[in-house]
Design a protein around this ligand. Structure first.
Ligand code: HEC
Ligand code: HEC
Ligand code: HEC
Ligand code: HEC
Length: 351
């Protein structure tokens, strides 16, 4: 599963720091984990034994939770089982109950293990994007003593606090690649049987700026006003998002075994994504983009080409991580004409 992958990747970011970016390709990350997506029907997208649940986060992050509650991510928990299309998909897949032992758990629900039993407790939650909380929930908010606040904490303690939290699996907004990779792992719908047999919608026209700045936006912790991301942040989201689309659609095609809806749409997605990265590469000075395009071009978008396509995806991933780490958007002004305007933001912004 990609969500185990997310954990590998978090730890990997530490590895990368010490071994250099080559390690990403060398270790073949993503390959092993994604290959179990279709095989298992009862995988949970997170390690259920480490899931705290959204109420635990809401104890401190009350307004973030309020922003999350009206979103599709939260509502799917109650609404999916009553959805007519969902019932149809389930029937075609031979699934009796959506909330037990079905693929639906991977992307629509968050499961928690309690007293030896694992069951879905909510929809797509805080931890689906920020990582399972058990090992970092205390760490990330511990300023180093009872009377210490965010303002009085020493710089050294702060640095150590974030390093430890990240090492324990926390995915912070500052880590744009990892937090956004989560979106693509679900929104490209990389499940051949679900699409071909179940008739589930194939991945939608997901774009990171427009899909994150509407109903999903919850910039309500450090400031109260839920402001949209700034111009430079949006440029970074746009570029990293397009690279992720290329990476995940290559991984998606790598899994294709039959000439049917899934393979056709995923290949089309990969081709479009490649052209978009190429167009970005023409506009700005960032050699990583050209390298990503070249890697994608080297792998044919055809059935049963898993090794080559995965190799290409790993290369694109390494470039996406580099872009996220090495730039801040200030030199990407030429992209502003590509970046979706506010009227394209998906869903209603929380106020
Ligand atoms: C005991 C209170 C508390 C709980 C419970 C809590 N947090 Fe936090 N969280 C904080 C504090 C305090 C900060 C700000 C730290 C700072 O200012 O450096 C924070 C910051 C964050 C950030 C921003 C990190 C960054 O990079 O700036 C995220 C994301 C986050 N929390 C997610 C969560 C999630 C998800 C949960 C539930 C699994 C959770 N928190 C539970 C207190 C809490
Ligand atoms: C690989 C991830 C993934 C899996 C597994 C998955 N879904 Fe989805 N599903 C999505 C995403 C992402 C969307 C939102 C589509 C979009 O991007 O607009 C969605 C949307 C839907 C919708 C339309 C939205 C709505 O609420 O009207 C239905 C119905 C649905 N899924 C049913 C199911 C059922 C039933 C299962 C289990 C058999 C399932 N899905 C498994 C990712 C997944
Ligand atoms: C769909 C994925 C997703 C979900 C669900 C989600 N977050 Fe976030 N969160 C993000 C992203 C992405 C950002 C960074 C946005 C940016 O940088 O513009 C973020 C930012 C934050 C921040 C920093 C906000 C600020 O004021 O700067 C906090 C705190 C946080 N999330 C906590 C939570 C909590 C608590 C929940 C659950 C109630 C939650 N998140 C649910 C993806 C998510
Ligand atoms: C664990 C899987 C998962 C992750 C991670 C995830 N999503 Fe989703 N998302 C879904 C599913 C499933 C739906 C459809 C829910 C429904 O309507 O039943 C959805 C719906 C949405 C919608 C509403 C779409 C509509 O039809 O209006 C938006 C916007 C969205 N996601 C944005 C994001 C962004 C941005 C991120 C990353 C920061 C993200 N999602 C991460 C699974 C996921």
């Amino acid at each position: 599963m990609r969500f185990q992958l997310a954990k590998h990747m978090t730890r990997l970011s530490e590895v990368v720091k010490t071994l250099g970016a080559v390690a990403v390709v060398g270790l073949g990350i993503g390959f092993v984990s994604t290959s179990t997506v279709q095989a298992a029907t009862s995988d949970y997208h997170l390690d259920a034994s480490k899931v705290m649940g959204p109420d635990a986060c809401a104890e401190c992050h009350k307004s973030s939770a309020e922003a999350w509650k009206p979103t599709h991510h939260s509502r799917t928990f109650k609404e999916l089982p009553r959805n007519k299309d969902a019932k149809e998909i389930a029937e075609k897949m031979g699934i009796k109950r959506l909330k037990s032992d079905s693929q639906c758990l991977n992307c629509h629900f968050t499961s928690q293990e309690k007293e030896g039993k694992t069951k879905p407790i909510a929809g797509i939650t805080c931890e689906s994007c920020h990582g399972e909380g058990k090992d970092w929930i205390k760490l990330h908010s511990d300023f180093g003593g009872k009377d210490v606040t965010a303002e009085t904490e020493t710089a050294e303690h702060k640095k150590e606090r974030w390093a430890k939290s990240t090492a324990a699996g926390m995915i912070r907004p500052a880590n744009l690649y990892d937090v956004a990779a989560n979106c693509y792992s679900c929104h490209t719908v990389p499940d051949e049987k679900l699409v071909n047999v179940g008739g589930h919608p194939a991945g939608s026209k997901f774009e990171l700026v427009s899909w994150s700045q509407g109903e999903v936006r919850h910039n309500v912790w450090y400031t109260k006003s839920n402001d949209e991301a700034g111009a430079e942040r949006k440029r970074m989201m746009y570029v990293v998002g397009r690279l992720l689309d290329l990476e995940y659609s290559l991984r998606g095609v790598a899994k294709a075994t039959k000439k049917a809806d899934y393979a056709v749409k995923m290949a089309k997605r990969a081709k479009t994504a490649r052209k978009r990265v190429e167009a970005i590469s023409d506009k700005i000075d960032a050699p990583e983009l050209g390298e990503a395009v070249a890697a994608a071009k080297a792998a044919k978008l055809k059935l049963n080409n898993e090794a080559k396509l995965t190799e290409a995806a790993d290369k694109v991933q390494a470039m996406a991580r580099k872009v996220a780490a090495n730039y801040d958007g200030s030199t990407f002004g030429a992209l502003d004409e590509f970046i979706p305007a506010a009227e394209k933001y998906k869903g209603k912004v929380f106020q």
